[in-house]
Design a protein around this ligand. Structure first.
Ligand SMILES: O=C(O)CCC(=O)C(=O)O
Length: 300
C-alpha cells in the first residue's frame, strides 16, 4: 500500500472511531480530542471526507441540475420585477426546494437532524468602480449565535459559470481549524456594504484558492473557514444560491462579551429601525428564519 493510501486509511479509521464515540454533539465540541468535521453516511468517499477534514471545504461538481437552477433563476427574476411593482410574491418555495434537494450531502456535516437557517440568492452586481462588489474575507460563524460549530455547514451553488473575472469565492484552506476571530468593517477606500464584516487580522501569506465553478457545482464549507469573494469585473450580475444549515441539536449561546457582540448590536439596531422591534434578541432573528428540513429539532 502506498504511503498516501496508508495515511488515508489511518485518518478515516480515526475519524470513524471518533464519530462512534459521539454521545451528544455538545460533548464533541467540548472534547478537542474527538473533534471531527464530517460523518460517514456512505455519500462521501473517504477521499472527499479527508479533503473536507483537512481543508474545511469540499466541491461537488454538477450537484444541482440545470433545470432546477433555471427555475430558481426565473423565480428570482419574477420576484425582482414584482418587488419593483411593490407586489408581494413568495420566493420561499423554490428556495426551500434548493435546501431540500441537497440534504443527502448536508447530513454528512450536520448529522441527520437538519435545520435550514438562512437561504440566499446572491446577485453580485457589476462593480461600479468603487470595488464594493468585493466580499471581505470572513468566517460565517461570526454571524451565528448557535453551536456546536462543527455541525454547521454552508452550501453555495453557482447559478452560472463563476470565475475570478465575475468574483468567485476565495478560500483560505485549513483555516477552519483555527478560532473565531474579531470581525469589523474593512478599511477599504471607496465604500463597504452594510453588515459585510471582515476578519481583522489574517495571515496575508496563507495560501488562497480561487474556487472557479460551473453552473450547478456546489461547494460545502465549514463556518470557521476564512473566505470571501473578489470584484465582479463583468457587466452581468453574478448569481449564486446558498443555504446555511445547522444540526437540529444545535443550541443558542449568549454572545454578549464575545467577538460577536458587534454584529449582535448591529442586527438588533436594524430590527428596531426596519420592523420597530425593540426587544428582539439576536437569537430570535435566527429562530424566526430557521426551518426544520429533516429529522427532529431539539433546541434551535
Ligand atoms: O457570494 C459571495 O460573493 C460571497 C458569499 C459569502 O461569502 C457568504 O455568504 O458567506
Amino acid at each position: 500500500m502506498s504511503r498516501a493510501a496508508e495515511r488515508l486509511r489511518t485518518v478515516i479509521h480515526h475519524l470513524d472511531g471518533a464519530t462512534a464515540t459521539i454521545v451528544s454533539f455538545r460533548s464533541v465540541e467540548r472534547s478537542e480530542c474527538s473533534r471531527t468535521y464530517s460523518f460517514d453516511t456512505g455519500t462521501l468517499t473517504p477521499e472527499q471526507r479527508l479533503f473536507y477534514e483537512e481543508n474545511g471545504f469540499l466541491l461537488i461538481k454538477n450537484l444541482v441540475s440545470e433545470t432546477d437552477i433555471d427555475r430558481f433563476r426565473y423565480t428570482f427574476h419574477f420576484y425582482v420585477m414584482n418587488e419593483l411593482r411593490k407586489t408581494f410574491i413568495d420566493i420561499e418555495p423554490p428556495l426551500i426546494q434548493y435546501c431540500l434537494g441537497i440534504l443527502k450531502y448536508v447530513e454528512c456535516f450536520t448529522g441527520p437532524n437538519i435545520m435550514a437557517m438562512h437561504t440566499m440568492l446572491i446577485n453580485k452586481p457589476p462593480d461600479a468602480g468603487d470595488k464594493t462588489s468585493r466580499h471581505p474575507m470572513h468566517q460565517d460563524l461570526h454571524y451565528f449565535p448557535f453551536r456546536p460549530t462543527d455541525r454547521i455547514v454552508c452550501a453555495w451553488t453557482a447559478m452560472e459559470r463563476v470565475t475570478r473575472q465575475n468574483g468567485c469565492l476565495v478560500v483560505l484552506p485549513g483555516t477552519h481549524k483555527g478560532a473565531l476571530q474579531e470581525h469589523d468593517y474593512p478599511d477599504w477606500e471607496g465604500g463597504v456594504n452594510k453588515m459585510y464584516h471582515g476578519v481583522r487580522d489574517y495571515d496575508p501569506d496563507h495560501p488562497r484558492l480561487h474556487v472557479e465553478m460551473e453552473k450547478g457545482d456546489t461547494v460545502f464549507f465549514h463556518p470557521l473557514l476564512i473566505h470571501g469573494s473578489g470584484m465582479n469585473q463583468t457587466q452581468g450580475f453574478r448569481k449564486a444560491i446558498s443555504c446555511h444549515y445547522a444540526s437540529g441539536d444545535c443550541y443558542y449561546i449568549d454572545v454578549r462579551g464575545t467577538t460577536q457582540e458587534n454584529i449582535e448590536n448591529e442586527v438588533k439596531e436594524l430590527a428596531q429601525k426596519k420592523y420597530g422591534m425593540n426587544e428582539v434578541a439576536f437569537k430570535d432573528t435566527w429562530a424566526f428564519r430557521g426551518r426544520l428540513v429533516q429529522g427532529e429539532r431539539t433546541s434551535l
